[in-house]
Ligand binder design. Structure first.
Ligand code: GLU
Length: 361
């Protein structure tokens, strides 16, 4: 089996926020166990910022806030982080290799194929690829989720069967364990959007930037690309072997969606921020969702937000439900002028071409 395993900053650092060689070592043991069973593992590891702070002589607990400094710190720390993984894997006769990716790489076909081909070759060679976001260039995961999204995109990229998001809780709980003693593990998420709503109030820890809602969003992306996802405790012995065996109680499972999105559509739907909204009429909803057509200006009832051509926008039905998301071919001013009018009247064939449109209902 091919699996992508993501481990966040909080699972790799000690109380002071320093990278904890023992924690890295324990996870290397888990990876080595499943490598020994001939499974292929791509590791997505955060921790560059955590490793960079002490290297600069800064207190590990005091994480800077501005993205520019965080990006610079990550550039310092990434080499230290890889050093930790290299040492830990060496002890098991394993070789690791660093691959740094930014979300935009998943939206550019040539880069996407190149990344896929390199990862494929690394896996063929028996290497454990260690992926992190290229924070020096793009800081998305610093702001949004400690590599959870990158991990989901990588799972799609390498055609993994399973994405394991390791964290410092047993998985998703049905109540906040800090507030109640009888919080129980949710073993399987049936309705991901409902769970997302429930936990979205919660935030990440001080050391990382993820949190459960970021994990569920990543699980949703994985699910939409046909990859099963497990959210489980990084400190659990045999966590990866049990995940592969589909053991009960190992964590929270998010099953794969029946419909699979390709890389570009996945990126449009879940990795691109949406810059505005188009409310469309019922006829247009049917054209998009049932007939798989492009969105024409005539079907648009209202344009919300200030966006440019090529931005991603959400498409809503008259009740306010998001039915699709796509790359718009005109800016908000032109879209507003064209809304409700025939294409030949406004010299705009489609507002969102079907190739750039992802139906989400
Ligand atoms: N990619 C970053 C890292 O490795 C994200 C983690 C974070 O935001 O703390 O450090």
């Amino acid at each position: 089996m091919r699996l992508v395993v993501k481990v966040g900053t909080s699972s790799l650092t000690d109380e002071e926020g320093r990278v904890d060689s023992e924690a890295v070592g324990r996870l290397a043991v888990e990876v080595a166990k499943v490598r020994a069973m001939d499974h292929q593992v791509v590791l997505v590891s955060s921790g560059a910022i955590a490793a960079g702070l002490p290297a600069l002589g800064w207190s590990a607990g005091q994480r800077p806030r501005d993205p520019r400094t965080l990006q610079a710190v990550s550039a310092v720390g990434q080499a230290h982080l890889l050093g930790e993984w290299n040492r830990a894997f060496e002890g098991h006769g394993l070789v690791s290799g660093q691959v740094l990716l930014a979300p935009l790489d998943f939206g550019h076909r040539a880069q996407y194929l190149q990344a896929r081909s390199t990862l494929e070759r690394l896996l063929e060679m028996g290497v454990v690829p260690v992926v992190n976001e290229n924070d020096a260039i793009a800081d998305d995961e610093i702001r949004f989720g400690d590599n959870d999204r990158i991990a989901a995109l990588v799972a799609q990229l390498v055609g993994a069967e399973l994405l394991v998001l390791l964290t410092d809780t047993a998985g998703l709980m049905d109540a906040d364990p800090r507030l109640t003693s009888d919080a129980a593990l949710v073993e399987e998420v049936a309705e991901i959007d409902r769970e997302l709503e429930r936990v979205s109030a919660g935030a990440g820890t001080a050391r990382g930037s993820g949190g459960m809602s970021s994990k569920l969003s990543a699980a949703k992306m994985a699910s939409w690309s046909g990859v099963r996802c497990l959210i489980a405790n990084a400190a659990r012995a045999d966590v990866l072997a049990d995940a592969i065996n589909g053991e009960r109680g190992v964590g929270t499972w998010v099953p794969a969606h029946e419909r699979r999105l390709g890389a570009r559509k996945l990126w449009i739907a879940f990795a691109m921020p949406s810059a505005g909204r188009l409310v469309i009429d019922d006829g247009a909803v049917r054209a998009l969702t049932v007939s798989g057509r492009s969105l024409l200006p005539a079907g648009v009832v209202e344009v919300q937000g200030d966006f440019s051509a090529d931005d991603a926008v959400e498409v809503l039905d008259s009740t306010g439900t998001v039915v699709a998301k796509g790359l718009v071919r005109a800016g908000s001013d032109e879209a507003a002028r064209a809304a409700g009018r025939r294409s030949d009247e406004v010299d705009l064939d489609e507002l969102i071409h079907r190739d750039d449109l992802v139906v989400l209902s």
